[in-house]
Write a protein that binds this ligand. Structure first.
Ligand SMILES: [Zn+2]
Length: 441
């Protein structure tokens, strides 16, 4: 076997592979490579630079990309007739697979009735008093056996994949007891083994105050610190630890305590901040050196500037204000001007249920005024950075994982333009075709 030594520009990892690819995608009208020299998130005007190859081609061997270039270069380099799987992407857009870096997919119990209540003007507190809201999800998730949580999660992951997501971060946080938080994280571990998608697990025991700790939130924080984190770290069930820092939920002081303990146990910090009110969460995120933060609808300028300086990634979740029928969205344009790295995620949870990163890209354009190119950057290379996987995924480069999407549209501007439908024609994960929506052949 002939060996080819390929060095990815920034992973510096040598990939040993035979010369002959087993899958190629060619004739791509637009091949969006997102080629990024330094493995860092794209900032400012670089968010619009997609490194597009027209009439592009990708060659894949096993789970890796072994060639990127034009179709002519592909044909001159390889024996085209010998390649077993060839995808003709004439008049199609090809991009890296989406990375959804902030979700809550492990739960039981749906809350579809709450939309009518919201439309009737019922408040969050009214819904909670009527037995709904997050505590309903907690109640149902605690009761659900592990197998049920795995089954529910699988259904969501299958649909995410249909819409082009190839890597997803997901959190616990609907158990709120040591046992049921661990049950959620075990469900994630099982799914990560069984499902084609790669799943990154996050412990979110500090999601809300459980009913039995009402008015005793410090006691609950003590349980998280002294029992949950040590057990979860010992069983190696989570890579990240997240906290919902918000007025009436967890204070800045409690958030710091939880995250400092998590860091000591080897978990990496994330925070939900400034969703409903400004608790100076952005400043806290940069003090604690969080890898990524979610929401940031109300963050103040001082905090945002601190985030830009420390490089904390702002993961924007426009599905949430959309479902809550709010007028306010995160100030994405201001963040880009300040030099904050921006990623996009679905925030899929029982109150904001979409598997579709295509939908999120559309919301980011229509409600946060991102350009189609910026939104695509935020959903690929920048969201790979939000889960620290930029050496492996997020762009199409030699040596990286072969995770890509073939869209039934001619260019990237179509993604938010033709909204509300699934434009993904084929999804390739780890070099294998996992979704084929092409009914024309
Ligand atoms: Zn969330």
């Amino acid at each position: 076997m002939i060996k080819l030594f390929v060095t990815s520009t920034y992973s510096k990892k040598e990939v040993f592979t035979s010369v002959d690819p087993d899958l190629v995608v060619y004739n791509c009208n637009e091949l969006v490579t997102m080629n990024s020299k330094y493995g860092a998130p794209r900032l400012y005007g670089d968010m619009s630079k997609l490194a597009i190859i027209n009439d592009g081609a990708v060659a894949i061997k096993d789970d890796r990309i072994i060639f990127i270039g034009t179709t002519d270069e592909l044909i001159s380099k390889f024996e085209f007739g010998k390649i077993s799987i060839k995808i003709d992407a004439t008049n199609k857009l090809v991009t890296p697979g989406f990375i959804d870096p902030h979700t809550h997919i492990i739960f039981d119990g749906t809350r579809e009735n709450e939309l009518s209540m919201k439309l009737e003007g019922k408040t969050y507190i009214d819904i909670l008093k009527a037995g709904g809201g997050i505590l309903k999800t907690v109640h149902k998730t605690r009761q659900a056996p592990l197998e049920k949580l795995v089954e529910n999660g699988k259904k969501i992951l299958d649909r995410m994949m249909l819409y082009g997501t190839t890597t997803v971060e997901t959190k616990s946080g609907y158990g709120l007891t040591t046992e049921s938080e661990i049950k959620q994280l075990r469900a994630i571990k099982i799914l990560n083994k069984q499902h084609p998608l790669d799943i990154i697990p996050t412990f979110l025991g500090a999601h809300t105050i459980p009913p039995e700790y009402k008015d005793k939130s410090d006691d609950y924080v003590r349980l998280i610190i002294s029992e949950m984190i040590p057990k979860i770290a010992k069983e190696n069930l989570a890579e990240y630890c997240d906290v919902f820092c918000e007025e009436g939920i967890f204070t800045r002081k409690q958030t710091k305590k939880v995250l400092k303990t998590a860091i000591r146990y080897g978990l990496k910090p994330q925070i939900h901040i400034d969703e409903i009110v400004d608790t100076n969460g952005a400043l806290l995120a940069s003090e604690i050196k969080a890898i990524q933060t979610g929401h940031l609808l109300k963050s103040n300028d001082e905090g945002l500037k601190a985030m830009a300086e420390t490089g904390v990634i702002a993961t924007l979740l426009p599905g949430t204000p959309f479902c809550l029928m709010l007028d306010d969205y995160a100030p994405a344009r201001k963040m880009i001007e300040l030099g904050i790295p921006i990623a996009l995620a679905t925030d899929l949870n029982p109150n904001c249920w979409t598997e579709s990163m295509q939908m999120i890209i559309a919301l980011a354009c229509y409600h946060m005024k991102l350009s189609p190119a910026e939104a695509l950057t935020a959903a690929t290379i920048n969201s790979a950075c939000a889960v620290q996987r930029q050496d492996e995924i997020g762009s199409l480069e030699i040596g990286k994982k072969a995770d890509l999407i073939v869209f039934d549209v001619p260019n990237h501007q179509f993604l938010p333009y033709h909204f509300g439908v699934n434009l993904a024609l084929k999804v390739i994960k780890n070099g294998k075709i996992v979704v084929d929506n092409d009914f024309s052949t």
